[in-house]
Design a protein around this ligand. Structure first.
Ligand SMILES: NC(=O)c1ccc[n+]([C@@H]2O[C@H](COP(=O)([O-])OP(=O)(O)OC[C@H]3O[C@@H](n4cnc5c(N)ncnc54)[C@H](O)[C@@H]3O)[C@@H](O)[C@H]2O)c1
Ligand SMILES: [Zn+2]
Length: 382
């Protein structure tokens, strides 16, 4: 089992550990019992994870912990005020009070919603993250951002509240649908591109091993990503700008999500975004041309797109990206790589303003890109 300590600065909450490995489920109840964290637990999960939820609940009860389970319908639509209300009603009905802790078993939807309820119920109770998706393990479960959606926008209502522990059990990845797995791989590629050259090169050489979700390989990848996120979360407030490096691929990616009505999975949009922003970095004289092509060549090895979806107009992408908050005096600001594994900064700021003309050129280049014929991902089982 790999352990990583996170020391949150915003808000300054107690340090907590991320544990990464296999077969962690029995361990969770043992740890919580030893820590005397709460006198009762409510496990929160979604309708696709009933079996895993029942297993965790049984493990808690075997250890003599008072525990219950609440499951809500799977899907982003559940990150809503209505389901938040239902969850609050549910835990109150189960007798929850200040002495209760929540356990979020699921992907980012379960984690964000459960964390938000934990942040606000009696002004804050502890919660544990048990991410079951790759996005959850490398991103959503770490960093203390919790929240729900509002009809006016995603993640519009939320709070910072860090978990007291994170258990990333790679065995959960076995049942994750392929599109969700691949989407998570976009964030792993991002971590390599922004801060870990060794990780990036490992991905270039081992796509087949990743595709069959080899547990040791996956644990290594998750560890590398968690170390990067833990470093950013624990960074001195004076270095606050450094967290912008996590936005690589997201300025263009988010505009594409909006323009396609969220039909692209988040990771698919980020993959295209990284290819575009890497070429943008090359045009801005930051990243070498060859390195930009390596960034654009990696996502397709993991079933991810890098070309603009048909019918998406570069000018429209630019307009939506500009409406985003990341603009500097009318120019778009992006997190741009300087080399593979290192991001560019100007005067300590990692949001680099770029001219519209360069953005349009990089977008047009992505429109022209044809998917490469070579296929390096071996079918599972080979
Ligand atoms: N808080 C943060 O910092 C942060 C960071 C990134 C993303 N997010 C949020 O996370 C959400 C996306 O998270 P996600 O991609 O994990 O989506 P998700 O939680 O919707 O899970 C994806 C799907 O996979 C199913 N599933 C989960 N684990 C499974 C498993 N082991 N086997 C089989 N099926 C499984 C779920 O039921 C769901 O249908 C978004 O709402 C996003 O805003 C938050
Ligand atoms: Zn993301």
């Amino acid at each position: 089992v790999i352990r990583i300590t996170v020391r949150p600065r915003r808000p300054p909450e107690p340090a907590y550990e991320i544990r990464i490995g296999r077969g962690l489920v029995p361990r969770i109840s043992v740890d919580l019992r030893r820590r005397r964290l709460a006198s009762r637990y409510v496990i929160v999960t979604d309708s696709h994870l009933q079996r895993q939820g029942d297993g965790l609940l049984a493990a808690f009860r075997r250890r003599g912990l008072a525990a219950d389970l609440i499951a809500f319908p799977a899907g982003e639509e559940s990150k809503s005020r209505r389901v938040r209300d239902e969850l609050e009603d549910g835990i109150i009905r189960l007798g929850a009070g200040r002495d209760t802790a929540l356990v979020a078993l699921g992907g980012g939807v379960v984690g964000d919603l459960t964390g938000f309820v934990a942040a606000t119920f009696t002004r804050g109770i502890p919660y544990v993250q048990v991410p079951t998706t790759l996005i959850g393990m490398v991103d959503a479960a770490i960093g203390g951002k919790t929240g729900i959606n509002h009809p006016a926008g995603k993640n519009l209502i939320g709070a910072f509240h860090h978990p007291v522990a994170v258990y990333a059990d790679v065995d959960h990845l076995r049942t994750l649908p392929e599109r969700h797995f691949n989407s998570g791989m976009a964030e792993v590629i991002k971590c390599g591109a922004i801060a870990d050259r060794g990780l990036f090169e490992f991905l270039e050489g081992h796509a087949a091993r990743v595709a069959r979700r080899d547990p040791e390989t996956m644990a290594r990848l998750i560890e590398a990503c968690c170390r990067i996120k833990a470093r950013v979360v624990g960074a001195d407030p004076r270095e606050a700008s450094r967290r912008k490096i996590l936005n690589f691929g997201h300025t263009i990616g988010h505009a594409l999500e909006v323009l396609t009505g969220f039909r692209l999975a988040h990771g698919e949009a980020v993959a295209i975004g990284m290819a575009v922003e890497a070429r943008l970095a090359a045009r801005a004289g930051l990243l070498a041309e060859g390195a930009a092509e390596r960034v654009a060549a990696l996502p397709p090895l993991f079933g991810l797109p890098v070309a603009l979806p048909p019918g998406i107009d570069p000018q429209a992408v630019l307009e939506v990206a500009r409406r985003d908050k990341k603009t500097r005096a009318g120019r778009i600001a992006c997190a741009l790589p300087l080399r593979i594994g290192a991001m560019a900064s100007r005067g300590g700021d990692y949001g680099i303003p770029v001219d519209d003309a360069l953005v349009l050129e990089a977008l047009r280049e992505a429109r022209a890109a044809r998917p490469r014929p070579r296929r390096l991902i071996a079918p599972a089982g080979l």
